[in-house]
Design a protein around this ligand. Structure first.
Ligand SMILES: Cc1ncc(COP(=O)(O)O)c(C=O)c1O
Length: 386
């Protein structure tokens, strides 16, 4: 079956964070919040319809079919078998990070992250009164890598108890290699730093790159967060998993989830995960082709029309990380100009730490029509500076 990712579906007036929070401006092109404008895969919609038609929405539990779907997906898509016992449901990856921070660190402890990185990492660490320690990624000709010397220096600090790995990395789009993951794992083991791997973007990987789950590198000193939310565009269903082979870690996580009252799943989320992982592969494979062509279109447009901006091809995710530093404008001013002068909403790079200042993050999980409109607005606002 051929899926139509060009179908333009209005998301206005649907309580969409991305489309409905433009504060009175109704012609904004929103290329910010990380969800996509596409309809979910048919099997997911059918599963929702089936549940809806039943009409009873009482408390749900997690059936065996849910665990099997998650396990099979790990094996068939990522060649990393896991066991049912390793999986714990959680209503989202951010709640999972909060729970892990609470379970394995105390107020005043430090948590290591690799900046620039997903803004909610900063929020959840500080909200839990832990200290943020940044290992800044290093960019060479626009390709980001890890400064391992600095990483180890930071990991040596006794107060650093946890490292949140983002793989694939939001916003820089890297898929970390086996060698990179092994070096990180070794340093963390050596200095007793527990790894929590946020692998929410694991399925959105483009040709030429291979995603390796951190559990395949170090299953015992790690906790992994997964979700079908980004992959299948079902983030609003609040369904994710925490996976660890280490039963001691798992028991502590279950306790922390219980303390926070976070154990019950959403009826629709359970059905959606099962349908997506069991029957959604064909849709996903076509989605990846569409996103990759959006990515290439974006790169070609910027190269031709906005040559002072630097952007390299992300290996994964539908997020473009654009270096605008040559324009000499900070991220906030960039965001303001794009929004007010061109009606384009992006994420300002400094949301992802100081290392992101002068950058913007642009979400290309949209139809080609919206992408083209967004790029024209980008050119309108920044073109005269180029
Ligand atoms: C790296 C990363 N982790 C987690 C999330 C959000 O996860 P959830 O909606 O499951 O809390 C996002 C959303 O953009 C993300 O990019």
């Amino acid at each position: 079956m051929k899926f139509d990712f060009d179908e333009r579906i209005s998301r206005r007036n649907t309580n969409s964070q991305k489309w409905d929070t433009a504060h009175g401006k109704d012609d904004v092109v929103p290329m910010w919040v990380a969800d996509m404008d596409f309809k979910a895969a048919d099997p997911v919609i059918r599963a929702m319809e089936h549940k809806l038609a039943h009409g009873v929405f009482g408390y749900a539990y997690i059936p065996d079919a849910y665990y099997e779907a998650e396990m099979n997906w790990w094996e068939k898509r990522h060649h990393c078998p896991i066991e049912k016992d390793w999986i714990v449901f959680t209503p989202g990856v951010i709640p999972a990070l909060a729970v892990v921070i609470q379970a394995f660190t105390s107020p005043g402890d430090k948590v290591l992250i690799q900046a620039p990185v997903y803004n909610a990492f900063y929020g959840v660490i500080s909200a839990n009164e832990r200290e943020i320690v940044e290992n800044e990624l290093v960019s060479q000709d626009g390709i980001y890598g890890i400064d391992f010397e600095d990483f180890e220096k930071k990991a040596e600090d006794d107060r650093v108890k946890l490292f949140i790995l983002c793989n694939p990395h939001n916003p820089v789009g890297r898929v970390w290699s086996k060698e990179e993951l092994e070096r990180l794992a070794e340093i963390c083991r050596k200095h007793n730093v527990l790894v929590i791997a946020d692998e929410i973007h694991r399925d959105l990987v483009f040709g030429g790159s291979t995603f390796i789950p951190f559990a395949a590198v170090d299953a015992m000193n790690s906790i992994t967060c997964t979700s079908p939310s980004k992959t299948f565009n079902i983030a609003g269903l609040k369904t994710a998993n925490i996976v660890t082979a280490n039963s001691e870690l798992k028991d502590k996580i279950k306790h922390a989830l219980h303390v926070n009252g976070l154990h019950d799943p959403n009826n629709f989320g359970v059905e959606a995960l099962i349908a997506a992982y069991n029957e959604g592969e064909e849709w996903l494979d076509q989605l990846l082709v569409y996103l990759e062509s959006n990515r290439d279109y974006f790169l070609a447009f910027v190269e031709e029309k906005l040559p002072r901006l630097k952007v390299s091809a992300p290996e994964a995710t539908y997020l473009m990380w654009v270096d605008c530093r040559s324009l000499g404008i900070n991220s906030e001013e960039l965001g303001r100009r794009l929004y007010e002068e061109a009606g384009l909403r992006i994420n300002e790079g400094n949301m992802y730490g100081n290392a992101g200042d002068g950058f913007i993050r642009v979400n290309i999980g949209c139809t080609r029509e919206v992408l083209t409109e967004g790029l024209e607005r980008l050119e309108k606002a920044l073109g005269q500076l180029n």
